[in-house]
Design a protein around this ligand. Structure first.
Ligand code: FDP
Length: 306
């Protein structure tokens, strides 16, 4: 696991472990709580999308559990407007007088990614990023990121500076099933979000070429579609659209964590011209085009979008 220390020499490994274990335990509760919560809730999220009852439920559970971890200074979620301040500023002094014995981090989550799939009972996920900086933060400030995939079984991917690990979850307990997860060298699958007529011409041209080479795997939940790429190799994209140049996915909650995981697994991420992790964030809920996958496929994407 993480052997990282922050610049002042404070060990971050126990912090990441605590957060990861908490997300795993909470995921068991989220999964169980999906039954009876598939209807729309009254409100919208800060991006103007309607919320399912399960979105609100998952956010409240994660906020409660993660904010009670001493080292978590901020909790932010796709489902709430502002950051929840729950401790000292992330990345700053952990206690009075500048003693850095307790590092603080910010955790950003998409509590239920792909929740439109609730109606059709298809796969969904929970995404989290652990930033050693106040939010909104750049992807290079991530010290770990991961996701839980609610598929036929529940699995969890966790990436930190040492690499990527896959777990199976049983009632919130983790069992390692794969260490040093890397993208297979030979890409097999692709999945692209957004409506085809809304794709810019240059992306459409790229997609036409990819369609002749790889198999389509698109399920409408980013986590499930990215997990296909991590398992078989290939490319996932939710590109910038004619109607919305930033695309759909949110930088803090989706783009950065997924970019971090795929890069740690030996692949590349791009917003169209550079790594997603290099984007300077402007606001908590800003969107970004997301393209992740095998190096060569992302190199070609960037050339196509030049
Ligand atoms: P959802 O709105 O169902 O939560 O995060 C947004 C997301 O799902 C992603 O998981 C998914 O990749 C994308 O939106 C699907 O969007 P489309 O319906 O436009 O395909």
């Amino acid at each position: 696991m993480n052997s990282e220390t922050d610049p002042s020499g404070v060990k971050l490994e126990p912090v990441v472990d605590d957060i990861t274990a908490t997300v795993a335990r909470t995921a068991a509760e989220i999964r169980q709580g999906l039954v009876g919560r598939r209807d729309k809730a009254a409100g919208e999220n800060p991006s103007g999308e309607s919320q399912a009852e399960a979105d609100v439920y998952a956010d409240e559970l994660l906020a409660d559990r993660l904010a009670s971890i001493e080292a978590v200074g901020e909790y932010a979620s796709e489902e709430r407007e502002a950051c929840l301040d729950c401790g000292p500023t992330p990345g700053a002094s952990g206690s009075e007088g500048g003693d850095r014995s307790s590092p603080t981090v910010a955790v950003a989550v998409d509590p239920l990614d792909g929740s439109s799939n609730l109606s059709s009972n298809n796969a969904m996920g929970t995404v989290f990023g652990v930033y050693e900086a106040p939010l909104p933060a750049a992807g290079r400030d991530l010290i770990a990121a991961g996701y839980v995939l609610y598929g036929p079984i529940t699995t969890m991917i966790v990436a930190d500076e040492t690499g990527v690990t896959e777990y199976e979850l049983t009632g919130g307990e983790r069992t390692i099933v794969r260490e040093d997860v890397t993208l297979p060298d030979e890409p097999v699958v692709y999945g692209f979000g957004g409506r085809v007529p809304d794709w810019p011409a240059d992306f459409r041209e790229y997609a036409n070429a990819i369609e002749t080479e790889l198999k389509l795997r698109y399920g409408g939940a980013m986590i499930a579609d990215v997990n296909q790429v991590l398992t078989y190799g290939g490319v996932f994209a939710y590109p910038g659209l004619e109607s919305r140049s930033g695309g759909k996915l949110r930088l803090q909650f989706e783009g950065n964590p997924i970019g971090y995981i795929v890069e740690r697994a030996g692949g590349r991420s791009s917003n169209g011209n550079r790594s997603i992790l290099e984007i300077e964030p402007g606001s908590l809920h800003e969107r970004t085009p997301v393209h992740v996958g095998n190096d060569e496929l992302i190199d070609r994407l960037e050339s196509a979008l030049e």
